[in-house]
Design a protein around this ligand. Structure first.
Ligand SMILES: [Zn+2]
Length: 496
């Protein structure tokens, strides 16, 4: 059956639901936050290029003790505080040209209603019970911490002071799902990604799971627990459900996008996504997301980013100075998605001057300079076409291997530059030049398509100079030349 509104491939409707975590409003966005969102944007744009129906979600996490405390300090209501900061996030993503389809806030009424419905479903399954919580809590991380987890009496995650809490609380029977989770990991090898980090989670689950507290009776800024109005829902339990409220669960149209294809997360929150979230979904009887990919952390100039060191990098400052595409390129080119990496302006500049100015910028400039003056016919053999391994790039992207994908695209750029030199194109004229130009211009056209998810502004600039229309992945093969050259200045400026 063919339906005009959706894309079908071989009769199967291809949707792609991708999410970033929703960011906690009291944390200022830094280079690591921008990394998650930019990688998600690259993957979203790639899937759109494939013709998929993409739903890309990001947003803000707005409840909890920390927000309440921050608001009091500012003499604001929590709502005033979250309204303001949430807007900052939304504007940041706009200025970074992020193409999210929705920006969700956990204070949205729709989300609040969804959380209540979701909790009632778990409650009906007998997976929520009332008890007493006695233990530790890290307010900055909004995380419950057991006695055993403490490191020198401090939070094992951030090293800050923890606070002792003894209060009535409702618990989720996480322990009940230990075997089901292990089965899930076993049967879905792509669920925990990257592969080299998955064993850590599996081992922790194997060593046993404790039921987790899901309500706070002393925190007022949160969603009222439906079973007892004096309690609020633990902020993490509330936050995870955003992935469903954003697509209108439990209304049936949630099925258009559920299960999520990819939850992209930082490794500090992998546990919540790889263990707690699937257990919650198993309890309600919903399908499990296809992949949780936990990416690495960024240090800055070799040091962990921290307020006290004053080395927190504002992504907007970087992109104002060097452009969005340079940062996007740097992010994918510097490190495989699952690994830790280091950010420095020096390394960024070296990528710009080396690969963007010398490789791509020069290729475009040299080719267009030759093409601009040429009056003959642009046609010839397709000798450069075989250098384009589209299948390989597709495979890399399917495996979240953005690092190898951009490397493969860059090998096309380098080969095309080499081709100009080998042919000594500047010495040629007539049909000989026409044939070389055909190969160069068609390669550039294909390159402009392939880099579009990674560097959308640069792709657009090349396309305009080539005089080509917007194309998708199926156009990544040589065709009859049909461009109309409008040469402009250099794509990138060398930075001193
Ligand atoms: Zn902490």
């Amino acid at each position: 059956m063919y339906c005009k509104r959706f894309y079908f491939k071989f009769g199967v409707f291809i949707k792609y639901y991708i999410t970033t975590p929703i960011f906690y409003v009291t944390n200022k966005p830094h280079i690591g936050t921008a990394y998650t969102v930019i990688i998600a944007d690259i993957l979203s744009r790639w899937h759109r290029l494939l013709g998929d129906d993409v739903f890309f979600l990001t947003g803000t996490d707005e409840h909890g003790e920390k927000v309440d405390e921050a608001a009091k300090k500012n003499n604001q209501t929590p709502q005033e505080l979250v309204d303001k900061i949430s807007k900052n996030f939304e504007e940041l993503w706009k200025s970074l040209e992020i193409t999210n389809n929705k920006f969700i806030r956990t204070t949205d009424k729709k989300h609040v209603d969804t959380v209540i419905k979701f909790l009632m479903e778990i409650y009906k399954k007998g997976d929520i019970y009332k008890g007493n919580y006695e233990g530790w809590y890290c307010v900055p991380d909004e995380t419950f911490i057991t006695e055993l987890q403490l490191v020198d009496g401090k939070c094992p995650f951030c090293g800050r002071d923890v606070k002792k809490i003894i209060e009535q609380s409702y618990f989720f029977r996480l322990s009940k799902y230990q075997n089901k989770l292990l089965e899930l990991y076993e049967q879905n090898p792509k669920f925990l990604m990257p592969k080299n980090k998955s064993q850590e989670i599996i081992n922790r689950v194997k060593s046993g799971l404790n039921d987790i507290s899901i309500s706070r009776s002393t925190v007022k800024w949160g969603i009222e627990l439906p079973m007892e109005k004096d309690h609020t829902v633990y902020v993490w339990f509330d936050a995870l459900i955003n992935y469903l409220s954003a697509i209108d669960w439990p209304n049936q149209n949630y099925k258009k996008y559920w299960p999520a294809d990819l939850h992209l997360v930082g490794k500090e929150i992998n546990w919540f996504h790889s263990v707690i979230w699937p257990a919650m979904l198993l309890s309600v009887g919903l399908d499990i997301p296809k992949t949780i990919f936990s990416h690495g952390w960024w240090t800055v100039d070799g040091k962990k980013m921290s307020k006290s060191l004053g080395n927190v990098v504002d992504p907007l400052e970087i992109t104002k100075k060097y452009g969005n595409d340079a940062l996007r390129y740097f992010f994918v080119r510097e490190v495989p998605l699952g690994d830790d990496a280091d950010f420095s302006e020096k390394a960024l500049i070296s990528r710009i001057n080396g690969e963007l100015v010398n490789d791509l910028g020069n290729l475009v400039y040299r080719t267009l300079s030759l093409a601009e003056k040429f009056t003959g016919e642009v046609k010839g053999n397709k000798e450069l076409e075989e250098k384009i391994n589209l299948e390989k790039i597709k495979e890399y992207m399917t495996d979240f291997n953005t690092f190898e994908a951009i490397e493969e695209i860059w090998s096309i750029v380098r080969n095309t530059n080499k081709y100009i030199n080998e042919k000594e194109a500047w010495k040629l004229s007539g049909d000989e030049l026409g044939s070389v130009l055909y190969n160069l211009l068609e390669s550039l056209r294909v390159i402009s398509i392939l880099i579009s998810p990674f560097m959308p502004e640069t792709s657009e600039k090349i396309r305009k100079q080539l005089g080509n229309k917007i194309e998708n992945l199926s156009d990544c093969k040589f065709k009859v030349y049909s461009g109309k050259i409008k040469k402009e200045g250099h794509l990138f400026e060398k930075i001193k």
